[in-house]
Design a protein around this ligand. Structure first.
Ligand SMILES: [Zn+2]
Length: 438
């Protein structure tokens, strides 16, 4: 009887909140546009997230929700932590935290988003990257999809719950972190270290309204073949690294084949036709310029990017890779002594992680999303790496990802479907009601 009454009460309050969100459509869209208009590009070692963070902090303060900026440079244990990514600068790059305290006894929930975006890049945009133009139901701009519309939905869900006068039992927390792109994740780590944690976390990474309960890991290595540069006028022996790059690429294709055949793919990634891709995004040797003498280049560089599955360790991943390279060098009798192979890791290692599909956070989020969207929600693994591992491995917090539909993340003409911002605001507010309890 009591259970049924509670259910009725929850339904009633959900309707009130949902109605209130409908009335705030314009406000929600305007908020997303405002966030897109404030650049927060991450260009390591720095980033210009400050203005966005101040804006978000003010939004909460004006809504009567306790909020503050967190200076990362003041957290002494941060740069000593094993998961800290060295070499970044956090001057003027604070995190934002906000808290709507519960009355006690319920589970707490954290809404977590990263405010930093990829740089605009040098590809041509049809819409101004910070214009927040809306066309055909799409909002265009850098960060619109990844992930300022998700952050908007979380901010508005929290504000609406507060303004509807609803008191939750568990705490509802919000954070906007800096430096997640380019494998950063130190902003996310910082808030774990100051104890800003909860019984569950949800991240609005672009997911096209699917529920991701795992994410991939990744490794990037820059390989360099160095030779003897110049041009032979008097029969000098030179070594052109470009001549050996083809054979190195063949070796990496063999590595790709082995990864496809042998990598341990958990059930959650069985849908993916290529769950552990090995890509060669960049190749560089010499320069097509008359500033450079007519000569054989000294160096030929190749970038290798590969993705990994939850459960694979950095040690295993690297051993596999370097075994391949060693084998290549051993078998490659043609490689002259003065051609040298070197490597360096240009980005930190990110492990893949995930939680069980029967975890209560997964069950509740799926059920809430299905009620709000009135359709079945797919539960699967994210096709990308992200900062979720920080929660799973260093925050002792189960986490899921649910974000909007859109396109061109990290590319020109990034966009999000405006209607999805409204849908997400409803899902996030309903999730808070269900998870934190009334
Ligand atoms: Zn993102």
């Amino acid at each position: 009887m009591q259970k049924q009454q509670n259910r009725q009460k929850l339904l009633h309050i959900k309707e009130i909140v949902s109605g209130s969100i409908e009335k705030r459509r314009e406000e929600i869209i305007e908020l997303a546009k405002s966030l897109v208009r404030i650049p927060s590009e991450n260009i390591p070692p720095g980033g210009n997230e400050f203005a966005s963070q101040k804006f978000i902090c003010n939004f909460f303060t004006e809504s009567g929700i306790e909020s503050k900026l967190i200076d990362l440079t003041s957290i002494s244990e941060l740069s000593r932590h094993e998961a800290y990514y060295q070499g970044r600068d956090y001057t003027g790059r604070p995190n934002v935290i906000a808290r709507y305290p519960g009355s006690g006894g319920g589970r707490s929930l954290l809404f977590s988003g990263h405010i930093d975006t990829m740089p605009v890049g040098d590809n041509k945009w049809s819409f101004p990257p910070f214009g927040a133009d809306i066309s055909n139901g799409r909002l265009y701009g850098r960060g619109a999809y990844d992930m300022k519309s998700g952050i908007t939905a979380m901010m508005m869900a929290m504000k609406t719950i507060k303004e509807c006068g609803i008191r939750l039992r568990g705490d509802l927390l919000f954070e906007s972190v800096v430096d997640e792109e380019h494998a950063g994740c130190n902003g996310t780590l910082a808030n774990r270290l100051i104890g800003f944690n909860a019984d569950g976390v949800i991240l609005p990474e672009p997911s096209n309204l699917k529920l991701y309960i795992a994410h991939k890991g990744f490794r990037i290595v820059h390989l360099s073949l160095k030779g003897k540069s110049g041009i032979s006028f008097a029969g000098e022996e030179l070594s052109n690294p470009v001549e050996y790059i083809g054979s190195l690429i063949e070796c990496l294709k063999a590595f790709r084949k082995k990864r496809r055949e042998a990598a341990p793919v958990p059930d959650i990634y069985k849908y993916d036709p290529d769950p552990v891709p090995v890509m060669l995004p960049k190749l560089q040797a010499g320069e097509f310029s008359l500033r450079i003498p007519m000569q054989i280049p000294f160096e030929c560089k190749l970038e290798v990017y590969w993705q990994t599955m939850p459960g694979e360790s950095q040690q295993e991943i690297e051993k596999d890779f370097f075994d391949f390279l060693d084998e290549w060098q051993k078998n490659n009798n043609l490689l002259p002594r003065d051609i040298v192979l070197e490597h360096n890791f240009s980005h930190r290692w990110i492990p893949g992680t995930g939680i069980d599909r029967n975890h209560p956070l997964v069950r509740v989020t799926k059920s809430v999303a299905e009620e709000c969207l009135d359709t079945e929600v797919t539960v699967t693994g994210a096709p990308f790496p992200c900062d979720l591992f920080i929660f799973n491995l260093y925050g002792n917090m189960p986490g899921v990802i649910l974000g909007p539909s859109g396109g061109n993340a990290h590319a020109a003409d990034e966009f999000v479907y405006v209607e999805d911002i409204i849908k997400l605001t409803k899902i996030f507010s309903s999730l808070a009601l269900r998870w934190c309890e009334l």
